[in-house]
Design a protein around this ligand. Structure first.
Ligand SMILES: Cc1ncc(CN)c(N)n1
Length: 225
């Protein structure tokens, strides 16, 4: 495949897999926040599970930073990832504050099977042999699903409950959107130069993240652990 065909790979993937892409970004959990039909117990379940996930996501993001230091041909990749790591530190503090507010005891959270699967997937991506373009694709997809989901709860016509606006702004705000666009630029640049096999692996990883995000939102319903 030549350079021209590979440019703007992300836009092409999103277009090709639009139905799969909207699975997590317009998931019933998100739609129920936007239309105010959400049951707050679902929000509390999500809060507890996501706190666990974010703690596992930090070492994954750090592993991407390590790969950037060894493999990237652009110094600014590292700065983008570092800014992401800094916001993850804020994110963990935010989860603790929200958990206290909503009376969710974080030390008692039973990790849901889907959350465990997702965390195992992150671990598999941390292996040194996994290509930089593949891990970066995962990082971009994971952050972007949240950005696209929560920003939908801030758009015109929303009935988002005021109690949940802080959560929606955390990932739906313009600053986080800018961060996701920086990640996307890096992914497109890396994929443009990637060998066909790595490009295929990156696409499979993108689709896998979409599936895992759906299953993650599903945990907010409760149901089998
Ligand atoms: C499951 C999940 N995916 C993405 C994000 C955004 N960091 C998150 N907090 N949790």
């Amino acid at each position: 495949m030549d350079r021209v065909e590979k440019s703007g790979v992300i836009a092409r993937w999103v277009k090709t897999h639009l139905v799969l892409y909207t699975g997590p970004t317009r998931h019933p959990f998100i739609l129920s926040i936007r239309d105010r039909t959400i049951d707050f117990s679902s929000f509390k379940r999500w809060l507890g599970q996501d706190y666990i996930f974010v703690r596992e996501f930090v070492p994954f993001a750090a592993s991407v930073l390590l790969k950037a230091s060894k493999n990237s041909d652009d110094n600014s990749d590292m700065e983008v990832i570092l800014s992401g790591l800094a916001s993850l530190s804020d994110e963990i503090s935010w989860f603790k504050q929200e958990a206290a507010k909503w009376d969710v005891p974080l030390s008692d959270v039973v990790v849901h099977k889907s959350n465990q699967n997702y965390c195992r997937f992150l671990e598999s991506l941390m292996l040194p042999a996994v290509e930089y373009c593949v891990v970066f694709t995962a990082l971009w997809a994971i952050e972007t699903v949240y950005q696209e989901s929560f920003s939908h709860c801030l758009e015109a016509g929303r009935k988002t409950p005021p109690e949940l606006l802080a959560a929606c702004k955390r990932w739906g705000r313009e600053g986080f959107g800018e961060f996701c666009r920086s990640l996307k630029k890096i992914v497109n640049r890396c994929l443009e130069k990637a060998a066909d096999e790595a490009l295929k692996k990156a696409e499979v990883t993108f689709l896998h993240v979409l599936g895992l995000e759906i299953e993650f939102w599903d945990t907010s319903h409760g149901g089998p652990k």
